[in-house]
Design a protein around this ligand. Structure first.
Ligand SMILES: [Zn+2]
Length: 229
């Protein structure tokens, strides 16, 4: 695969994760704002609830991502330790196993054995980690980066409905937040679908539908609480 192409694939992965994180931020914070505003809360109270929602959501995304990527890192580390032990106790079978992997990839048996021998001499654990376990530097688990990226994209998404809440005239707060949020969701949903090689329109409609449903439900609940409180 040409060098340029490999990087594009990595960038697509990050972009999709960022867009999905931002979508979460928009949907959950806009729904919170619309729900609290529908209960006739003051702009100040709506903002307090919105900011609390942003912080809580960002922290929960960070915690969730950190925990899931950490467990991936734990698994990778345990696999590597097992591989190291196998290389120490049974180097002959490990060498044959590596050659077998290269044969399956299309090398002649003699060339496969030669490549396996040379890579084993060079760095046996690295060869097995890469070609047997599929570990790669680019994809290796980085829990802190993943957690921060997830929290950051969520917060960036959540900030948008909050900004609208600050500037929108009181009487138009709910339609302004709902309208702007659905517009941003359509944009991001289409972008995520497009970079993933799927139809942008369908991607945009899908996320807008769920965003609208979430806001309608929270507005209903908010209005209900507003009348009974
Ligand atoms: Zn092995």
């Amino acid at each position: 695969m040409p060098h340029r192409e490999r990087h594009r694939t990595e960038r697509i992965g990050w972009l999709r994760a960022a867009v999905l994180g931002a979508n979460d931020g928009i949907v959950s914070t806009a729904s919170l704002v619309v729900g609290v505003a529908a209960a006739d809360a003051t702009r100040h109270d709506v903002l307090v609830a919105g900011v609390a929602g942003l912080v809580a959501g960002a922290m929960s995304m960070a915690a969730g991502e950190y925990v899931s990527v950490s467990s991936q890192a734990d698994t990778e580390r345990a696999d590597l330790e097992r591989e190291r032990a196998e290389l120490a106790t049974d180097p002959t079978s490990e060498l044959a196993e590596l050659a077998g992997i290269y044969e399956k990839r299309g090398l002649d048996p003699s060339l496969a054995a030669q490549v396996a021998r040379q890579l084993t001499t060079h760095d046996a654990l690295a060869a097995h980690a890469r070609d047997e376990l599929g570990h790669s530097d680019a994809l290796s688990a980085r829990p802190v980066q993943a957690g921060l990226a997830s929290a950051g994209t969520f917060a960036a998404g959540a900030a948008m409905p909050l900004l609208i809440t600050v500037v929108a005239p009181g009487a138009y707060l709910i339609p302004a937040v709902a309208g702007a949020s659905l517009g941003f969701l359509a944009l991001l949903g289409g972008l995520a679908a497009y970079v993933g090689g799927a139809g942008a329109t369908r991607g945009a409609l899908r996320v807008t539908f769920w965003g609208a449903l979430a806001m309608a439900l929270t507005a209903g609940v908010g209005a209900l609480f507003g009348t009974v409180a």
